[in-house]
Design a protein around this ligand. Structure first.
Ligand code: DQA
Length: 155
């Protein structure tokens, strides 16, 4: 682990984006606004520096690929920030992978999933996450990263 000028060790955080989030900017702007995935990743990289941490961002439309990434995170990352997209509401496999690696995880959503269709109200990830931030657009990710890093450092 490298050390910065404030003598805080740099925390490595894996940011996972699930299906259809590659279409942000074009996709249902009434829910997701005009922000692109690239904008979010840049925002997170800048935010990470202020938190003496660094992020690696990865998007996939495939459940198994996300599961593989979570497995590979063992020993590489101290935290996971995840917007699993629709897999939030369907994927026991992603939840089990996060439970298996025991890496502190924060769940985020751009839209407020509780204001939308009933099938979006249940998250398989929420119960095994430190917490969930939903409804603030790109700010959900920024707040989630800050909460995750502060939680890990407080331990
Ligand atoms: C989402 C909410 C999910 O219900 C949806 O399937 C998404 C995006 C969000 O960020 O608001 O793909 O995770």
């Amino acid at each position: 682990m490298s050390v910065n000028s404030q003598n805080l060790s740099i925390l490595n955080v894996l940011v996972l984006h699930g299906p259809n989030l590659n279409l942000l900017g074009k996709r249902e702007p009434e829910f997701y606004g005009s922000v692109t995935l690239n904008d979010i990743n840049e925002l997170l990289s800048e935010t990470a520096i202020k938190l003496s941490s660094q992020v690696t961002c990865f998007q996939s439309n495939h459940e198994g690929t996300l599961v593989d990434k979570i497995h590979e995170a063992l020993g590489q990352y101290q935290g996971i920030l995840i917007n699993a997209g629709a897999y939030t509401h369907t994927s026991v496999a992603i939840r089990d992978a996060l439970s298996a690696v025991e890496i502190p995880t924060v769940e985020v959503h751009l839209s407020n999933i509780y204001k939308r269709e009933v099938f979006r109200h249940h998250s398989y990830i929420a119960a095994i996450a430190i917490g969930q931030i939903s409804g603030f657009g790109a700010l959900s990710y920024q707040l989630g990263l800050e909460a995750l890093v502060k939680h890990i450092r407080a331990k």
